[in-house]
Design a protein around this ligand. Structure first.
Ligand code: NDP
Length: 335
């Protein structure tokens, strides 16, 4: 903890973000949606997608790349296929406004797919997955980025950090949600390490010449490795296709080619799938059946369910607020 770090309540974080974004041209709805994403990330201890990202959101508004008053256009291409055109705005508003449509279509058809296009995504995917799972749906999401990850065996970054997220609804517990980058480490974590002057573990990335490096700044200029060798690299490839050609959006290298490199989020696509276990499986039985697995998992010492770290962080953050580093606060003040 630094000397000038400060403890902010979640309300204070929300207003800080809201005010800042409004001053930079965001309207109430867009600023509110982004503020909720950032506040929830801080509440859950996901600092790499919290206040640290505000400067990037602001950069994208200042450069004119992102429209602060964009309104997502939501339509159906088929009963279970939802098309969300973010209209050049930040993803959070498109996600918030499309959510009830995705839930309704999944409950009607058993499954729904939403292709979000023309959105600027800059955050964690658990945010959209958790709410779908809370509505009783099994959910999946993925999004690409710009080339920062090597295809296994290659020397040139081609894939984004390409996260995938999965959610499983539970009756009397918060949903089981995992959300992971297909790179060894999320880029936000590498950025955080660079800011805090920390070294990276072996095997996270390479420098500009393709040589292994533990220096986060070198790796940010070079490339990251996919997790699990070629297997993670194949997941990253799948995400390129699902969040790109499948839904009519760009591949990571195409996203980079049209980006103005202002340091903000990039324009791309996201695929969201939602499945209703009451329609696909056996009503009333699927939930208890899933619990059998979780019980077995938790019976082993030191094993936890994904999502629990975030859920455990919530009560204290809600009550006592969140410690924000002076570096981040100074940066926000300078905005
Ligand atoms: P982590 O490696 O920190 O965590 C990945 C998942 O594993 C989480 O769901 C986490 O749950 C779970 N987990 C971690 N440790 C354990 C454990 N011991 N047992 C069981 N589950 C565990 O995440 P990443 O660094 O890979 O990604 C961070 C974030 O970055 C993600 O939210 C991702 O969406 C985001 N991202 C966004 C991008 C974008 O373009 N928008 C690009 C790339 C990444 P828990 O939360 O409970 O710890």
């Amino acid at each position: 903890m630094g000397m000038n770090d400060a403890r902010l309540s979640l309300d204070e974080i929300h207003s800080l973000v809201l005010d800042c974004l409004r001053r930079h041209g965001c309207d109430e709805e867009n600023a509110g949606a982004v503020a909720s994403v950032i506040t929830d990330a801080e509440r859950d201890g996901c600092h790499s997608h919290g206040l640290m990202r505000l400067a990037g959101y602001v950069a994208a508004l200042d450069s004119g790349k992102v429209k602060g008053d964009a309104r997502p256009l939501i339509g159906k291409k088929a009963p279970a296929i939802i098309h969300v055109d973010g209209n050049g705005g930040f993803a959070p508003l498109a996600l918030t406004e499309s959510r009830p449509h995705i839930i309704e279509a999944a409950k009607m058809n058993g499954i729904a797919a939403a292709g979000l296009v023309n959105v600027y995504h800059f955050s964690a995917l658990w945010w959209e997955i958790e709410t779908l799972a809370e509505a009783g749906l099994c959910a999946f999401a993925c999004t690409s980025y710009i080339p920062v990850v090597l295809p296994a065996g290659g020397k040139q970054a081609l894939y984004g950090t390409n996260p995938i997220a999965f959610g499983w609804p539970r009756n009397n517990e918060p949903p089981v949600v995992f959300d992971q980058a297909s790179s060894v480490m999320a880029r936000g974590e590498v950025m955080l390490a660079a800011r805090e002057g920390k070294k990276l573990a072996d095997g996270v990335g390479v420098d500009m010449d393709g040589n292994p490096s533990n220096d986060p700044n070198e790796v940010l200029r070079g490339a990251m490795l996919a997790f699990g060798g070629y297997k993670g690299s194949l997941i990253a490839m799948m995400v390129e296709l699902l969040a790109g050609p499948l839904i009519g959006e760009t591949l990571s290298f195409e996203t980079a080619a049209k980006d103005n490199s202002d340091g903000g989020p990039t324009c791309g696509g996201e695929l969201i799938l939602a499945m209703d276990p009451n329609l696909i499986g056996t009503p009333d039985l699927w939930a208890d059946h899933g619990e059998k697995l979780f019980k077995k998992i938790l019976a082993q010492n030191e094993v936890r369910l994904p999502g629990d770290r975030r859920y455990n962080n919530r009560p204290m953050a809600t009550k006592d607020g969140v410690l924000v580093s002076s570096k981040i606060l100074d940066e926000i003040k300078s905005l």
